[in-house]
Design a protein around this ligand. Sequence first.
Ligand code: FHN
Length: 594
Amino acid sequence: MRTRVTRKLYSFVGFLLLAAAGLQAAESSAEHDQRMEWFRQARFGLFLHWGLYSVPAGEWNGNTNYGEWFLEETKMPVSQYEKFASQFNPVKFDANQWVRMAKDAGMKYIVITSKHHDGFGMFRSSLTDWCIKSTPFQRDPLKELSEACRKQGIKFCLYHSIMDWHHPDWGTRRPWNDKAAGSPDMDRFNDYLKGQLRELLTGYGPIGILWFDGQWEKPWTSERGLDLYNYVRGLQPNIIVNNRVGKPADSASGVGFAQRGRIGDYGTPEQEIPAKGFGPGVDWESCMTMNNHWGYNKYDQNWKSSTTLIRNLIDCSSKGGNYLLNVGPTSEGLFPQASVQRLAEIGRWMKVNGEAIYATQASPFEKLPWGRCTQKLSPKGATLYLHVFDWPPGSKLLVPGLRNSVEKAYLLTSKHSSLSTHTSAEGVVINVPATAPDAASSTIVLKIKGMPEVDQPVPRQQPDGTLVLAAGDARLHGEQIRYESGNQRDNIGFWFDPKEWVDWEFDVKKPGKFDVAVEIAAPADASIRVECTDQRLQAAAPITGDYGKFQWVELGQLTIQNPGKGLLSIHAVPDGWHPVNVRSVRLKPASGSK
Ligand code: FHN
């Protein structure tokens, strides 16, 4: 199967979806592209979760696992939580130093909490005293940060929680909110929410992104979300708004984002990188912590390595998305030392390899055994950036399925050098040095003639004739169904809609009769149908009780008449459908077959 990449087509899809959401702010495809351009080029940003919760720094009554959900998880009376304000005095806060560290790490934008779920404003609001005014710190940290960003050429962006555990008018009032009186009034709350956003959008200069969050609770509706999206765009027309302003309740993975009727400009998978991105025309950004907490927790020393963070950034870029990496500053106004160290290490890598990340597009390869790929396309041809995580033994790197002729190949660490290449039946082979230039990831630049032409590898028979169709090789047909990988997942999931289905292209050298089995996990009853050429097999899924518990189910036999390419699909049987996960399909030569 050959793939070609063209962004124009894809962004038109994005435009149609936005327009379909009935947005007053519907814009032309070209205007949408123009507004999103800096975001697509940036690829890498800093997330900052900073607030009163940094005062207890994760600990309370012997429990040391708190973060920014401190108030909700301790269920502390709000009147007691409010006392942290008098202890919040970040005298070591230096906005220019924060921005410098982000910039040196190669980050192009900063998203900082103007208000998290505790409702505390990290800016000097005229609408409430529940903000920085009530602390000994008589400055405005957001004002100082916005100025530092402007001075150093980094986009200043805001995270603003819709849900507000402190405000008396937020619809789901907490029993421990002993400061709230009367009944909640969501219309009054909406006015307050808009009032504070007006303060932020008219008093802190141009805002790159409004990163909404906390939209999932019942009192918030899609109608309010659409209205808020348009309100914000009305105040700053060029602002970008994420998908957590509206519903469908976009789960942390942002799956809802790709569904029809979404509101917002991009998807926001959280603590994960979608296995195959969100497909063409969908902008997205994966947000992630460096340890296990968004807000500062001085006990959490479970830090991801710089190599992991660099590879996450590459992985996001290779799938056409951004990486928003979080730091939780202390109540003194400092970044934790472990965060400082990782930002510096990422910066050293970005200094050499930044061109392979910024303004790149998604890989033309569905998967690569040794790493990832990003690319830049021009009328003259394409530049492929091969991000090699696992350096090949024997100094030969195969780029599987690549059919283009190579104009030039070199290591990004030594641009004047050139690497010899040749084409084989399997793809392009590059002769590389014995050792990798960078243990985290080494970048090889491949300049090719024309647009990438790739024969995507298709599953082939094992020596004994068995053909295994793995979830990662499936082609997905639908907006919700998706491939999940990582954290012990390697399956097709989110199969909510029985009209959606999956299929595999395969290649057999030894045709014949095969016993067909599917590895499936089903919490509730469901039936599936396998189709191959004109044959159909159907079976009830074994109820395994859990999406992670898989069993093989035998469906019977099918015949593949001729060698070569074939297609097998799995469909849901609509009546009484419940979602299932599928890990693989196995075609085993039937006993007695030739
Ligand atoms: O509840 C928040 C959480 O505290 C944090 O802000 C993350 C970051 O995206 N968002 C919500 C959880 O999805």
